[in-house]
Design a protein around this ligand. Sequence first.
Ligand code: ZN
Length: 333
Amino acid sequence: MHIKIPQIAVPNFWLGNLGGVDNYLRHRLHKGALGQFGASSLGYPLHVVEYPHEGAAKFMVIGGTHGHEPGGVASVMNLIHLLETGRDLAGQPHDRLLELAGSLHLYLVPCLNPDGRSVCPDSFYCQGLDTTSAYASGIQKNGDLVPYDADSEEPCYYFDPADALFVGGQFNGAGWAINRRLSDDHSEAVEVQSLLEFVQGPGVQAAIDLHACGYNFAFQVRSHEAPYWPIMREWQSRAEFLFRSKDRVLGKLHGDGDPPTPPSFFFNSALLHQHAQLMYMAYEGRQGYLGRTSFMPLPTEWEIIDDYLTAIQVFLELGVEEHYARANEEVFG
Ligand SMILES: [Zn+2]
């Protein structure tokens, strides 16, 4: 079935559209090397852009795990453009971020879940109705939402696409929830499993996964061992300072405690941490959609992207200072 996706006009720098991303990656890279670590369940290429730096520590930035969160994709594309030209796609400089990024070996994944991205609009901004839930979950044939967050003992890990008009951005095209697992053995989502296999090779020290269900907050790495917890608290402290200096709010570190309570199921963070022996953090930026008072005042698209770039800046700063390397060494030897 063909689903018509309403496309809201977005600024050019809000580059979250699959076709636009693909076009940029194929024609506008001069410094970064375009690679592919697999294909999605619907056959979209899984792109990674590598910025090699001889002898430097390696880090990864991941956008588009959830298809209804275009801001993460747009932010990775703005980071790529910054590395290519010295400015983001809106023409703005980010001097400290550029300096840090230029000293490191980076792997940038603009969109981990292109299947999910392909069924969602590029923006929910100014749509007037809050349609994000519908695109995040998908719609069953009877008109109900796909029960992604059903009030049951077990959340939804899989929904048969044959029983839906479409499965939403939380899923890949085969119906697997992209970011939750019953075990940390492997992922049934081919995109996540392909990423895992890719990242085990080059020795990446840490990854940051960009999401957008909330209002600027990061998660404590609850599935990681104790040496990693202070790193997130340090990230929080530095990020809070930067957000405050821009007159923006950063929520408290989600799930932190003494000790933090582990989540009741496994996220990609646990999977990649265990198998690729790296630190895996998740940051939730602003979605920018109407309809929920908790998202007021509405940020501009550029502010949303600047929030993500700020989060990445602190992530890389801690990498330069070898926080992740020390924790990885302590835990994995
Ligand atoms: Zn998300």
